[in-house]
Design a protein. Structure first.
Length: 89
């Protein structure tokens, strides 16, 4: 009787192990955000000099944005910029 019980329990454990290995539960994965791809259809292809000019403009635009943000934070900088602007004129 004891040996039958041991064999049945061993068989149940082996079956359970194979069931877990062969039928894994579906894991819920986190949603991945898709990267935005820029469409090349709507923008013209830039070559050589035009590309460099646009890169220079984008750098100037970034610098201008940084200066604007600094002016919002520091009022003394506004005075300095105005004085510099008046000297130029």
């Amino acid at each position: 009787m004891t040996s039958t019980f041991l064999v049945l329990s061993f068989a149940a454990i082996v079956i359970y192990i194979f069931w877990v290995l062969l039928n894994p539960r579906k894991k819920t994965s986190q949603k991945k955000t898709a990267k935005k791809q820029i469409s090349k259809k709507n923008r013209p292809a830039l070559k050589g000099k035009e590309n460099k000019q646009q890169a220079a403009l984008s750098r100037a635009y970034k610098i201008r944005k940084e200066k604007i943000n600094q002016m919002k934070k520091d009022p003394e900088l506004i005075g300095h910029v105005i004085r510099h602007w008046l000297r130029e004129k």
